[in-house]
Design a protein around this ligand. Structure first.
Ligand code: ZN
Ligand code: ZN
Length: 212
């Protein structure tokens, strides 16, 4: 496409406006305010869904089974998003995750209202088809999984593995540390279950590197 005169000027201006808004979003996503605002939203979401569900007085069996199923579905969603969205160079989220891999200790998070803006429409849709109590506690479990993910990932990059008290927790630290060395392995942060299922689990970084 050939652009002349005013058209060229307009194209240059549009590109400048586009890159200015992208850098504004990039700066916000790297800010301390956004990081903690995103954590605060993620902290409130399980409580909000528990409140919305509890008003319908579901039995304890429904509460526990819906929450457990939500947690299980989140663990799968976490694997899928991390492997096929965040590590896909064609994805718009790739640069943000690449920045995290380049500087693991730096503050970086998705824009803070995202989890609320995604999960509330899902709640509305689910409550049309399902019992409100069951749908709310399913999302309560899902959002609790997201909060657990945030917390675990935060401490994995701020606390050393030898300061971690439990062996199973040290395993999570080690697995994520391997992911930062070999980014085609260990996509699961909260569990290695889906890495075992899809064959991406790796115990140590050295072994795969020596094979390669
Ligand atoms: Zn990380
Ligand atoms: Zn990654």
């Amino acid at each position: 496409m050939i652009l002349l005169g005013d058209e060229l000027d307009l194209a240059v201006r549009a590109r400048r406006i586009g890159s200015a808004s992208r850098s504004w979003l990039k700066d916000l996503s790297k800010s301390r305010f956004n990081y903690w605002a995103a954590y605060a939203v993620d902290l409130c979401l399980p409580l909000l869904f528990a409140y919305l569900g509890w008003r319908r007085h579901p039995g304890w069996t429904s509460v526990v089974s819906s929450c457990a199923f939500g947690l299980f579905v989140f663990s799968f969603a976490e694997y899928v998003i991390h492997r096929w969205l965040l590590h896909n160079p064609k994805s718009i989220f790739y640069p943000l995750h690449e920045a995290h891999h380049n500087q693991p200790e730096a503050i970086s998070a998705g824009l803070f209202p995202t989890s609320f803006l995604v999960l509330m429409p899902v709640w509305v849709l689910l409550t049309y088809g399902l019992h409100v109590g069951g749908a709310s506690f399913f999302l309560c479990g899902f959002a609790a999984g997201n909060l657990y993910f945030d917390t675990l990932h935060h401490f994995e990059h701020t606390v050393r593995i030898n300061q971690i008290p439990f062996r199973w927790l040290q395993g999570r630290w080690a697995a994520h540390s391997v992911h930062h060395k070999l980014d085609t392995t260990n996509y699961g942060v909260m569990t290695s279950l889906w890495d075992y299922v899809f064959g991406t689990h790796q115990r140590q970084a050295k072994r795969r590197a020596m094979q390669g």
